[in-house]
Design a binder for this molecule. Structure first.
Ligand code: SME
Length: 160
């Protein structure tokens, strides 16, 4: 497995994802441990995109519990239907939040966060976790991020 990441200096988002996804695939290929793979996915995304925060929350009972992440310390538990993460879980779909102040019930783990995207992670048709990314810039995330990040979470081999 390659442990060095090649970071593209392209400012084109499509190009950045196109360069990163095969590297993420190679990073986690052959490694059965889910936490190890989630950790490396966060590190790779953080290195390429320099977002404020990127990480996973995993479903445990009726809550999401903080998993591997990169960035400032974050809230550890989020109830189903609460915040952007709990809402994405409940609605079973990707949520793009261009302005966190406009999202009713947004949970501010960091006051520096201005925009956010949350992508559910499915296993056997059920949401088993979410990938959450936060940015200090408003309107950071769009359909391009949604499309590529949905591919990223599909690479995860879920196991408890
Ligand atoms: N903002 C999220 C909480 C998680 S942190 O951003 C890391 C939410 O509203 O669910």
């Amino acid at each position: 497995m390659a442990e060095d990441l090649t970071i593209t200096t392209s400012t084109d988002k499509e190009e950045q994802y196109r360069s990163l996804i095969p590297q993420i695939t190679a990073l986690i290929e052959g490694e059965p441990d889910m936490v190890a793979n989630l950790a490396n996915i966060c590190a790779a995304l953080k290195e390429q995109f320099k977002w404020l925060w990127v990480g996973f929350y995993l479903v445990k009972g009726e809550e999401l519990v903080l998993g591997p992440f990169q960035g400032p310390v974050a809230c550890t538990r989020i109830a189903k239907g609460k915040g952007v993460c709990g809402t994405a879980w409940q609605q079973e779909k990707t949520l793009i939040v261009p302005d966190v102040d406009e999202f009713p019930g947004h949970i501010a783990c960091s006051s520096a966060s201005r925009s956010e995207i949350v992508v559910p992670l499915f296993y056997n048709g059920e949401v088993v976790g979410v990938l959450d990314a936060d940015s200090e810039n408003p309107t950071q995330f769009d359909e391009v991020d949604a499309r590529w990040l949905e591919q990223v979470v599909k690479l995860v081999n879920f196991n408890e």
